[in-house]
Design a protein around this ligand. Sequence first.
Ligand SMILES: Nc1ncnc2c1ncn2[C@@H]1O[C@H](COP(=O)(O)OP(=O)(O)OP(=O)(O)O)[C@@H](O)[C@H]1O
Ligand SMILES: [Mg+2]
Length: 328
Amino acid sequence: MEPILQVKNLSVEIKYDDKNLKILKNISYELFPSKTLAIVGESGCGKTISALSVLRLLPDSAKIASGKIIYKGIDLLKLSHEEIRKIRGGKISMVFQEPMTSLNPVMTIGRQISEAITEHTDADNREALEKSAVLLEKAAVGRAKNRLNDYPHNFSGGMRQRVMIAMAISCNPDIIIADEPTTALDVTIQAQILALMSKLQKENRMSLILITHNLGIVAQTADDVAVFYAGMIMEKSTARELFREPKHPYTRALLESLPEIGSRKKTLPAIKGLPPGFDQDLPGCPFAPRCPSAFDKCFKQEPPEFETGNGRISKCWLYEKAIRQQGN
Ligand SMILES: Nc1ncnc2c1ncn2[C@@H]1O[C@H](COP(=O)(O)OP(=O)(O)OP(=O)(O)O)[C@@H](O)[C@H]1O
Ligand SMILES: [Mg+2]
């Protein structure tokens, strides 16, 4: 199967305090049609920056140093501003963590969804408003028609997230990028929002990039997973294989910090230590100082991405070590 989106060797730098911080270092991943790719990793590892790169919505201080982002054979990084604007919302749309930051507080919900529709389709205002009501209904907003004239503050947090989802699907995009779409919500509402996204994804045959801290969510919804750490991808795998047998010590540490159902453990074993700062240029693997399996080489040389079978990737010297030991 051909990927619908391919991020190839993407590096992003942000200028901060007169320094050029290397925020993303040579990351590559693929998203397949109608599939969900989960991007996981601790706070600050570059998940949001990688998503914003796809839509070319990076802050002014950031620049794409190298790489390609191929959507259906087109490099999004080569498009003009006008062309990328058509892709945004029309072909690839984004749902953010906190809907209040992306909804306009002084514009009715009906108008906001309609504008997204009229911008990307031939629909006139009346048709767009009718379609907005249908979309809100699809996103399980009750009495949708009556709510078109409400403002964002008239909605609860979960409802606002539903509005964002309605807006994101308004032009039948191929891809939705959802950046922590549920972290601001309580657990029951989180589950409802995720179930809604999965349902709409299947109905509309969309691909989904789901950015999350929550490995429980990944286990339930993802087909593939990319594990980020310090601006790199440490492991790539199908979700099933990742949970069955994580290859990278960082992935293992993340999984160990996940509570098991019925677990009596009161405290979770958080991963000891902190990720390195982006201004530190360490020679080896960025996880080595925290890694229980690290050996000499890990502190001296950055590991390449090893292909470990079944299309899996692990950026870890342990793989090479294991192969060498098998050979002896
Ligand atoms: N505008 C900016 N100026 C300077 N540094 C930035 C800026 N935006 C992001 N960064 C830095 O880039 C790094 C990656 O940020 P990013 O927001 O992608 O992390 P994340 O993985 O999404 O984290 P979280 O899980 O907390 O959302 C962080 O160290 C952050 O401090
Ligand atoms: Mg983020």
